[in-house]
Design a protein around this ligand. Structure first.
Ligand SMILES: [Zn+2]
Ligand SMILES: [Zn+2]
Length: 389
């Protein structure tokens, strides 16, 4: 059901900018051990360079045409909002490991790219227009958008497993365009308002935090459980924080990239010792040999949670190792109702998302950002794309 724009409640004035309080020069390093680094600030209400605003019927989008073929393009965009939808001007997008799969191979899991696709599923923005039935938002509200648009009607949705909904549309996964563009139309119920205590970038990173929260839920961590995390990428670093909040101690982390191992210690994770056994092992890497490693590290009766997505759409591990230990193996898919919790954890300062960010690029330089991330150059951990000028 669609309605005309004239039925909509209102729109943000042309030129109203995203909250870019934390946004500075592109590619500026923002490591936590550089406290003297102050980023140039854009004040609230400061006008956006009007030459960068496109006509309403087009927008800039970064589309993947094939392996390693990202193009910055001007594409048609004439949104017709349904009564329950909102038009969002996107402020920030996080580049995710799962974006690198289709970038490098043209596919992810069993989903193959067969037409140009806008990637991007970790994002935040500002509500620009709303459909007539939208109750939970206001024009001008800053929102984080849950990219998994579930049907809300099916058996899985109604039984509390929205992440398993088979009708869900996921932003940035073919055939659904994602957030590496100027604006997006989203169902309002997936738009979560955030306070000004949270930056646009942190609001975008609520998505990987939600992945970590869901995996932490599945792990059923008890106070004092030892937890080993394999992979110190953004998900692993979020996990280091969420499992500690869940009571895990000690929390070990392993990453073959030395700089990431070092980086992880800032989040309270200890280097994984040799020949140690953990009550819970969470695989948050590329699901290759790390899956076998997870089975070896788990103690008898322990739990292994698999979060990483393999390139090859299959994993192998020694059956006898897992069987003899009687391991509980949990497959983690996306997240389940985690945005409200994630927002509270960040706004209260219990989880630090800002410190994950090592690089920022403007939307026009997204191809360079992906190239850097795919090659793990310049000690990259998390890249934020600044969608709005
Ligand atoms: Zn992601
Ligand atoms: Zn459903």
């Amino acid at each position: 059901m669609t309605g005309s724009l004239s039925r909509l409640r209102g729109r943000v004035r042309e030129g109203e900018s995203c909250n870019l309080a934390e946004v500075g020069t592109s590619k500026l390093r923002n490591l936590p051990d550089s406290p003297s680094l102050t980023l140039p600030r854009k004040r609230e209400g400061e006008p956006v360079n009007s030459t960068l605003i496109l006509p309403m019927n087009t927008q800039t989008a970064v589309r993947l045409h094939g392996p390693s073929d990202l193009r910055v393009e001007t594409v048609p965009f004439s949104p017709q909002l349904a009564p329950n939808e909102a038009l969002i001007r996107i402020c920030a997008t996080g580049v995710c490991g799962s974006d690198l799969h289709p970038y490098e191979t043209g596919s992810i899991g069993s989903t193959v790219l067969n037409q140009p696709l806008v990637l991007g599923h970790e994002f935040s923005g500002i509500v620009v227009e709303m459909g007539s039935d939208v109750e939970n938002l206001e024009v001008g509200a800053r929102v984080a958008v849950d990219p998994a648009w579930t049907c809300g009607q099916c058996r899985e949705c109604r039984s509390g497993h929205q992440n398993l909904c088979r009708q869900q549309r996921f932003c940035g996964l073919a055939p659904n365009d994602g957030s590496l563009r100027g604006r997006i139309v989203a169902p309002a119920r997936f738009c979560h308002p955030v306070s000004d205590a949270m930056s646009d970038a942190a609001a975008a990173l609520l998505e990987p935090l939600g992945i970590a929260l869901h995996a932490t839920d599945l792990a059923r961590i008890r106070v004092g459980s030892s937890v080993a995390i394999l992979g110190a990428g953004p998900i692993g670093l979020c996990l280091a924080q969420t499992v500690r909040l869940a009571g895990a101690s000690p929390v070990w982390i392993y990453d073959p990239l030395e700089y990431r191992q070092y980086f992880a210690e800032r989040f309270g994770a200890l280097p994984l010792p040799q020949n140690v056994e953990a009550d819970v092992v969470i695989e948050a890497a590329w699901a290759r040999e790390s899956v076998q490693r997870a089975m070896e590290i788990a103690r008898p009766g322990g739990t292994v949670v698999l979060v990483g997505i393999p390139f090859e759409d299959s994993v192998t591990f020694s059956h006898s190792v897992a069987r003899r230990k009687g391991l509980t193996i949990m497959m983690s898919r996306r997240m389940n109702h985690t945005y409200p919790r994630a927002i509270r954890l960040v706004e209260s300062g219990q989880v630090d998302l800002e410190s994950l960010i090592t690089h920022r690029f403007p939307l026009q330089e997204t191809p360079q950002a992906f190239e850097m991330n795919a090659k793990y150059q310049d000690d990259v951990v998390k890249i934020i794309i600044e969608n709005s000028p």
